[in-house]
Write a protein that binds this ligand. Structure first.
Ligand code: SF4
Length: 64
């Protein structure tokens, strides 16, 4: 299966600038998982803007 980077970029809500993983979801997930984090695109929009990706921050953001 080919990477659907162009389609993924249209849907991705991560606003972090200059990330080489943007649109390459497998790399994005692997990177954040390795660091105990959740990918930015899964955060609620307001919480995403803080670029604070730890699992605990995500849980707080979605528990609101
Ligand atoms: S969530 Fe992280 S790895 Fe994924 S595109 Fe945004 S900054 Fe890059």
């Amino acid at each position: 299966m080919e990477c659907r980077k162009d389609e993924n970029l249209r849907e991705c809500t991560c606003t972090y600038p200059g990330c080489s993983r943007k649109g390459v979801c497998c790399e994005c997930i692997a990177h954040h998982r390795k660091n105990g984090e959740i990918p930015g695109g899964l955060f609620p929009l307001e919480a995403e803007k803080g670029y604070d990706r730890p699992v605990g921050t995500f849980i707080k953001a979605v528990s609101g």
